[in-house]
Ligand binder design. Structure first.
Ligand SMILES: [Zn+2]
Length: 102
């Protein structure tokens, strides 16, 4: 478990990617990726890092889904009912390297 999460953290701190890509990279089910992501959100927050969610977007009308707290994939667009919705993407942002001192 720890190893997978470590790999995920390293992977996500280098690039933005979707759950599908993570699932392929790690060789685990997407359902499990979602679960790990929730834990990773806490882990990185403890380090003052940030797990940024790039919201899902409708490819038909460009509707952008809100910054969803839950790590799930939206089914269809609430505006045009289209089913071509780009997956949300995730990336880990490190804090500024320069730390201000008083
Ligand atoms: Zn739409």
């Amino acid at each position: 478990m720890e190893t997978i999460r470590r790999r995920m953290i390293r992977f996500l701190s280098e690039r933005e990617c979707s759950v599908r890509e993570l699932s392929q990279y790690l060789g685990i089910r997407e359902k499990d990726v979602f679960e790990h992501l929730q834990h990773i959100g806490c882990t990185v927050a403890a380090r003052k890092w940030k797990l940024k969610v790039v919201p899902a977007k409708c490819l038909e009308c460009s509707f952008t889904f809100g910054d969803r707290k839950r790590f799930t994939r939206p089914g269809r667009c609430p505006r045009c009912k289209g089913e071509h919705v780009a997956d949300p993407r995730y990336i880990i942002l490190e804090p500024e390297k320069e730390i201000k001192t008083d």
